[in-house]
Design a protein around this ligand. Structure first.
Ligand code: AMP
Ligand code: ZN
Length: 116
C-alpha cells in the first residue's frame, strides 16, 4: 500500500471503482475511459510501480494476473475473437498511473500493431 496511489486506494476500497473481480492478490475493475467495449484493468493489490520494479518474489502474483485475465476474457466473451493484454511502462510507454496494471481490451477489432 502506497499513500497517494489511486490504484492502492481502489484495491482497498478507499476510492470507488467498478470492480469486476477481487481476491487476496489482485483487483480488476473497469477502466474509467474505455477505448473498447471491454476495457478492464487488472492490478496486483500489492503496490508495484511498474514492470521495472517487479522481483522474483512477485512471480506468483504476476502469473495469477494472467490467469485472472484469461478468465475475465472468457467471462466477457472476448476470448474467442481475441483481445489485447498490455501494460505501459514509464514516460515513453505513456504510463499515467504508477501502480502496475494490465489493460484487458477487447470487443472490437484493435487496429494497428498496438494501441496508439
Ligand atoms: P496507463 O496510461 O497505462 O497508466 O493507464 C491508466 C489507466 O487508468 C487509463 O486507461 C485511465 O483511463 C485509467 N484510470 C484512471 N483513473 C481511473 C479510475 N479512477 N478508475 C478506473 N480507471 C482509471
Ligand atoms: Zn499503488
Amino acid at each position: 500500500m502506497s499513500d497517494d496511489c489511486l490504484f492502492c486506494a481502489i484495491s482497498t476500497g478507499g476510492k470507488p471503482a467498478d470492480i469486476v473481480y477481487q481476491d487476496e492478490w489482485v483487483t480488476a475493475f473497469w477502466d474509467i475511459q474505455p477505448i473498447a467495449p471491454v476495457h478492464i484493468l487488472i492490478i496486483p493489490n500489492k503496490h508495484i510501480h511498474s514492470v521495472n520494479e517487479i522481483t522474483e518474489e512477485d512471480g506468483p502474483i504476476l502469473a495469477h494476473i494472467l490467469f485472472v485475465a484469461r478468465d475475465l476474457a472468457r467471462q466477457h466473451d472476448v476470448h474467442e475473437d481475441g483481445y489485447r493484454l498490455m501494460t505501459n511502462i514509464g514516460k515513453n510507454g505513456m504510463q499515467t498511473v504508477f501502480h502496475l496494471h494490465f489493460h484487458l481490451i477487447g470487443g472490437r477489432r484493435l487496429m494497428g500493431r498496438m494501441v496508439s
